[in-house]
Design a protein around this ligand. Structure first.
Ligand code: 523
Length: 137
């Protein structure tokens, strides 16, 4: 018998990059899946949303910042089969935002040089993105 295919969910994520070329990662909170791992912030694309709209919404909710759509550049697509779903996750780059980055939903935030990102345990979908960012920045 063939196993039923895993449902696919679309999640958007961002690498916020500061003037010193450091990248923001955020610690997933207790009580959520993959708690304690450091992720590129983002979240699920809700029905009817375009990915960029979803990312702008998530950045406001999670980090308290305002981002305009023309500051978001699509960079690379992550794909990972978790136990119960297949995750598709485009990573956007963003170097400009308004407001102060604040952990509203995470257990911590860190601004990290690309060469040091691999020191932080990440969700499996995020791990391959680190090498892409190291090569770019
Ligand atoms: N990931 C992931 N990496 C990553 C993100 C933002 C999300 O692997 N950088 C995974 C973790 C979850 C799933 O994607 O299994 C959904 O992410 P989540 O929970 O952050 O999305 P939300 O916040 O939209 O979900 P709800 O808490 O259900 O609202």
């Amino acid at each position: 018998m063939t196993a039923a295919p895993l449902p696919t969910i679309l999640v958007v994520a961002v690498a916020l990059i500061d003037v010193d070329g450091r990248v923001l990662i955020a610690k997933r909170p207790e009580g959520k899946k993959l708690a304690g791992l450091w992720e590129f912030p983002g979240g699920k694309v809700e029905p009817g949303e375009r990915p960029e709209q979803a990312l702008i919404r998530e950045l406001k909710e999670e980090l308290g910042i305002d981002v305009s759509e023309n500051c978001l550049s699509p960079f690379v697509f992550a794909s990972h089969a978790y136990d119960s779903f297949h995750l598709l996750m485009p990573l956007y780059l963003c170097r400009r935002w308004d407001g102060v980055v604040t952990a509203r939903e995470h257990d911590g935030l860190a601004w990290v040089k690309p060469s040091k990102l691999s020191d932080y345990p990440m969700p499996p979908a995020d791990e391959p993105l680190v090498a892409w960012l190291r090569d770019l920045l």
